[in-house]
Design a protein around this ligand. Sequence first.
Ligand code: UDP
Length: 339
Amino acid sequence: MRVLVTGATGYIGSHTVVELLERGHDVIGVDDFSASVPSVQGTIEQISGQPMTLVQLDLRHRDGVDALIGSVQPDALIHFAGRKFVGESVSDPIQYYGRNVTASINLAEACQRHGVDQIIFSSSCTVYGEATILPVSEANPIMPVSPYGRSKAMTESVLSDLAAAWDDLSVLALRYFNPIGAHPAGILGEVPIGEPNNLLPYVMQVARGERPELSVFGDDYPTPDGTCIRDYVHVVDIAKAHAIALDYTTRYRGFEAMNLGTGVGRSVLEVIRAARDVTARPIPYRIVERRPGDAARVYAQAKRASYHLDWEADPDLHRMIADHWRFERSLSSERRLAS
Ligand code: UDP
């Protein structure tokens, strides 16, 4: 298939492009390089042994999006591009609604105009907000509690409404839990910009000695060790789900949402222990105040993806961290500075 991938040089986008190229798809990637670097293209091509096309575009520009989709005429769109930090979305909501919602509307409109009738959308478990029913299934209410979560929920609504109005359209929203890890080749992974927001990138930088210690945001949650529980899932498993999902969107019509997680919850302290095992580094930490907006426990029920996509994620946390660590250690200082 001819697949247009937005956010193609980002963390999950780049891993997905590798999977698509390895399966023989023709990939046209687009990115504005606001959170990634163009050289990722070379890394993707090196791992997959296949060429891809890469275009620079800010998806908030409606005419540019229309021209791109009109000229590429893809069979399917996989839409990753967007911002993903809860805290940043609270302080800069307009950026989130612009980059996440306006961009998606521009894409949806262009898909409709040019007859692109398969869309896979990068969504998040953040759409569920403070999940009260565990594990979190797709039947949980959509009640996002941040501009970031709302930007994902709004985009799902836009795509779902479009699928209701346009019989031929197939939309699959994939709701990720906590993607971590890196490609086992050791040369592709996430390069955080500035101080990392997410747990594992922070833990890795402490392990490397770049930061003195990790702040653990609260140990008084109602969980066995008092720290928050999340469902960490290997980025390559997430990437594979997208490649498989192309078969699903070819066969089915309408809007569907599926969780992508392992179903296993891990506490912050469990992650630190596993990272100490893998890296053989001390990884000092200090318990600090809770981070506003953090839910105590979030882990997935991913039966729908298992049933429809025949997809399951490997819950081996040590393997995820080992892959992440391999990439971290391969990162050149220039690459770090470039980010
Ligand atoms: N966390 C932490 N210290 C950090 C970053 C994260 O203790 O420096 C905790 C955070 O409170 C949450 C978990 O690690 O319980 C995962 O956080 P992350 O930001 O990676 O993902 P989220 O689930 O918030 O999207």
